[in-house]
Design a binder for this molecule. Structure first.
Ligand code: EPU
Length: 423
């Protein structure tokens, strides 16, 4: 298993580019199952979850070609409308193929994901939503088996709680369902908007993506992406946010390029309150600096446009370097504080109280051996390592490879002393 060795204390300086969004690319790849024609996607990040999703499509019978950041997928025929346990257990987002497979072929067999480091993460809301469109779903031998022999029909889908991939899953099913579907209490994340944009290019009729009510008029067939015009995936707002925090925590002068400031409003607001300057120096370019001392600010995670749970761990690392006590409340996942104990091993003063973490700062972090427990927790340990005195060794960095493209090379490019040790 690979490790990162980080020697902290260097302010990050210069320009760091943002990759395409993992969480937008995953549903876009699944959407290619909806048509027999080729779908070409640009700015696909080279991360492990994407490779897993492409493997999943290959095993259904789709042809997949990857060239640089571009992926061409053609699901001319779907021989096996299945997502096997071996793939699903490494990536929960595999449940994104449930909606497209049942919409396209009238059947699907998708392994249940099982437990996860950050919470239970059931897919009951995906199942209930697809039932509203006429699919019959049963659980057998650890799999969800879905059938819609007569095809899907439109319907009203009132989500009990907001779910990002649940919204995406049912949106992909609804575009091929007969009649009109209304998705209520839909997720408003930029990744949902990007998926709707792709589906629209493929011939779907969708209104309201980005609001909490999405209306879909089903069509008989979808086509591929227009020839010569790949759909370009939006920038990764979580990667960009991680880099902004990296600039602030090292008290550097860093410009993140190729990002969308609008997608990062909640983080930028909190960073301003904490005393970091974040300015848009040119379209898509965010420069971060910290002119004085950082101050603690409370933060609660929420669905978009609120503060993203995927940036909570990284923000906690930043708050260890701020004066005062920050109360961080996690409302999306029930067990997303695994990084707190590891940060404490580096000297952080954090008390956990159910869904709240009290972070007292400013402390002087010192390098230590720590363990990555999930993707974003690993990112927070990298950030803490960059700010700490001495050497930090992060074990199990395969978690970070799931969602960050060449993070060590990008950070080294702006002055970080970080290297990967392969074993
Ligand atoms: N939930 C249910 N039942 C369901 C679906 C969700 O109870 O059927 C609960 C979840 O357990 C959670 C809440 O609803 O407590 C919200 O979960 P959501 O479904 O929105 O999460 P997700 O779609 O599985 C996506 C991202 C996550 C991100 C969350 C929240 C992808 C591939 N994943 O997950 O990203 O944290 O939305 O914004 O888009 C990551 O990239 O590190 C990551 C975990």
């Amino acid at each position: 298993m690979d490790k990162f060795v980080i020697t902290g204390g260097t302010p990050l300086q210069g320009v760091i580019p943002c990759s395409g969004s993992k969480n937008a690319a995953l549903p876009a790849i699944a959407a290619a199952l909806l048509t027999a024609e080729p779908v070409v996607l640009g700015r696909i990040p080279a991360v492990r979850d994407i490779r897993t999703m492409l493997d999943l499509l290959r095993q259904t019978g789709a042809e997949v070609a990857v060239e640089g950041g571009c992926v061409r997928i053609q699901a001319a025929e779907i021989a096996r409308p299945e997502a096997p346990y071996d793939l699903v257990k490494t990536m929960r987002a595999s449940s994104l193929v449930l909606g497209p497979l049942v919409a396209r072929t009238g059947r699907a067999r998708v392994s249940l994901p099982g437990g996860c480091a950050i919470g239970a993460r059931p897919i009951n809301l995906h199942v209930a939503a697809l039932e509203r469109l006429g699919a019959e779903l049963h659980q057998k031998h650890g799999y969800i088996e879905a059938r819609a022999p007569q095809g899907l029909h439109g319907g009203t889908v009132p989500f009990d709680r907001i779910t990002v991939t649940g919204t995406e899953d049912v949106l992909m099913a609804a575009v091929l369902a007969r009649g009109e579907t209304v998705i209520e209490n839909a997720a408003r994340e930029p990744e949902v908007v990007d998926l709707a944009a792709l589906l629209t290019k493929m011939g779907a009729c969708i209104e309201g993506a980005g609001t909490s009510t999405i209306q879909v008029r089903g069509v008989e067939q979808l086509r591929g992406t227009p020839s010569g015009q790949p759909h370009t995936i939006i920038p990764d707002r979580i990667e960009a946010g991680t880099f902004l925090i990296a600039g602030a925590i090292t008290r550097g002068d860093l410009t993140v390029t190729g990002c969308v400031a609008e997608h990062l409003r909640a983080l930028i607001g909190k960073m301003h309150q904490a005393g970091a300057e974040v300015e848009e120096t040119a379209p898509g370019c965010l420069r971060v600096r910290v002119p004085g001392a950082l101050q603690s600010v409370d933060m609660t995670t929420e669905e978009h446009p609120g503060f993203a749970t995927d940036l909570q761990a990284q923000f906690m690392a930043l708050m260890t370097q701020a004066d005062g006590i920050a109360i961080i409340t996690e409302t999306i996942f029930e067990n997303r504080f695994m990084h707190a104990q590891e940060l404490a091993r580096m000297g952080a003063n954090i008390r956990l109280d159910g869904r709240r973490a009290l972070v007292a700062g400013k402390v002087s972090l010192s390098g230590a051996q720590v363990l990555a427990s999930d993707l974003r927790a690993s990112a927070s340990l990298v950030l803490a390592g960059l700010a700490a005195q001495g050497e930090t060794v992060i074990d199990r960095v395969y978690h970070i490879d799931r969602g960050y493209e060449r993070i060590e090379a990008k950070l080294a490019g702006v002055g970080a002393r970080i290297r990967r040790i392969s074993s």
